[in-house]
Design a protein around this ligand. Structure first.
Ligand code: AMP
Length: 398
């Protein structure tokens, strides 16, 4: 039996991470730098986090025996993957301190409870209605109008589990493709930009919020993050205030990523929250003295939180699928590109294999042509693929 942990966690204590992906990998690397060990629960032996951790429990997130074996080997439990069932979360919480608390994960796992919570905090989202039947969908479309976005309430990511309704004739086929399961209909936000804020919050209620960033997607997968977001300072400040308010209302201990839209009239609306490190915060590894991963580990371990200072402007580009991964030698040969690879064996289409960061002096984040030039081989490859004109349009400042 391990003795009950005391906080702040002493050096060499073991942090348990549920999930074996790249978010766990980069958390484990930050933990190692702070003198902690990590132990990962994952069903996959060669998962990115397991490859850099002191230990691994191989097992399913829903298997009580695996959850018990995992908990027995760690001092505190956190997540890089938040879709553990309510029963699984309760079991883990009965065995070891769990940060963030299971209730936080329950709220963020379900788009209806998430939106209800955000609205209850007095913060705007897209207008929304829960939908379970074709008749409810028709009634919801009557109220919210078209276009609208229909999403599964659970387990959606990278554009999976959602579809846009444009015409009344879309309702039947789209419901058939997503149902029958709990759904949510959201009014379509004609957004000018997608932004996000990552905030850490400690056991003592202190917090640290990184600067607001802009996120640009390609094929529903995050492609570029621009830090700071090239938006009006008042909007960036409002977005950070929203993220801090949500973290405080959740009584969070850990990290919260808040994805938001800037609507047509400059209204900030929350789209999604995730109580874990986030792809839109990877730039912090290279541009900040303490990254999102370090703040995550510090919060979970009960260490003091340093401020979320940014030394440089940055652009982060994800390496997705076989084509972009094939550029790895060119990336390594390009001065100024900071390379990160996650150790995944196979570069399947749409799979995030790594990312690249490029730093600029503060205030020096370039516009679209400068970004194209700064990302070198990555953008050259895309110009060949799409043609220069299409690429320029994709990088147009919003
Ligand atoms: P999500 O899975 O909720 O993050 O949605 C994935 C992407 O779909 C977002 O990054 C947006 O580009 C788009 N999207 C989601 N919800 C809406 C909405 N209500 N209005 C317009 N676009 C949306």
């Amino acid at each position: 039996m391990r003795p009950a942990p005391t906080f702040p966690l002493a050096p060499n204590a073991t942090i348990g991470i549920v999930g074996g992906g790249q978010l766990g990998r980069m958390s484990a690397m930050a933990a190692a730098r702070l003198g902690y060990r990590c132990h990962v629960l994952t069903p996959e032996p060669d998962s990115p986090a397991a490859l850099v951790s002191a230990g691994v429990t191989l097992g399913d997130y829903e298997d009580p025996a695996a959850l018990r074996a995992f908990a027995a080997r760690v001092d505190v439990i956190t997540f890089e993957f938040e879709n553990v069932s309510a029963e699984g979360l309760d079991l883990l919480a009965s065995l070891k301190p769990v940060r963030p608390a299971p209730e936080v994960l329950r709220i963020s796992q379900d788009r209806v409870s998430e939106k209800r919570f955000v609205n209850a905090c007095g913060i705007a989202t897209a207008p929304w209605l829960p939908v379970e039947t074709p008749a409810e969908l028709a009634a919801a479309v009557q109220r919210l109008g078209l276009p609208a976005v229909l999403k599964t309430t659970r387990l959606g990511y990278d554009g999976k589990g959602q579809a846009i309704l444009r015409e009344p004739t879309d309702l039947g086929p789209v419901f058939a493709s997503l149902g029958p399961k709990p759904l949510i209909l959201e009014g379509f936000v004609d957004y000018a930009a997608e932004i996000s804020v990552i905030v850490a919050r400690g056991t003592d209620g202190s917090d640290a919020a990184f600067d607001t960033v802009e996120n640009r997607h390609r094929d529903h997968i995050l492609d570029l993050t621009l830090a700071p977001a090239p938006i009006a300072p008042a909007l960036a400040t409002e977005a950070r205030a929203i993220a801090r308010r949500l973290a405080a209302s959740l009584d969070l201990v850990g990290l919260l990523a808040v994805e938001m839209f800037i609507g047509p009239r400059g209204t900030v609306r929350v789209n999604e929250i995730a109580p874990r490190p986030h792809n839109s915060g990877h730039w912090t590894i290279d541009a900040c003295p303490a990254s999102q991963f370090e703040l995550h580990i510090r919060a979970v371990a009960g260490l003091p939180l340093p401020p979320a200072i940014r030394y440089a402007d940055a652009v982060m580009k994800n390496l997705v699928g076989p084509e972009e991964t094939a550029l790895w030698p060119d990336i390594l040969a390009t001065p100024g590109l900071i390379p990160h690879l996650y150790g995944k064996a196979e570069a399947r289409r749409g799979r995030k294999m790594g990312h690249v960061t490029r730093l600029f002096p503060r205030g020096g984040l370039p516009g679209r042509f400068g970004l194209e030039a700064a990302l070198g081989p990555l953008m050259r490859a895309r110009q060949n693929e799409l043609g220069l004109h299409a690429e320029s349009a994709a990088l147009e400042e919003s």
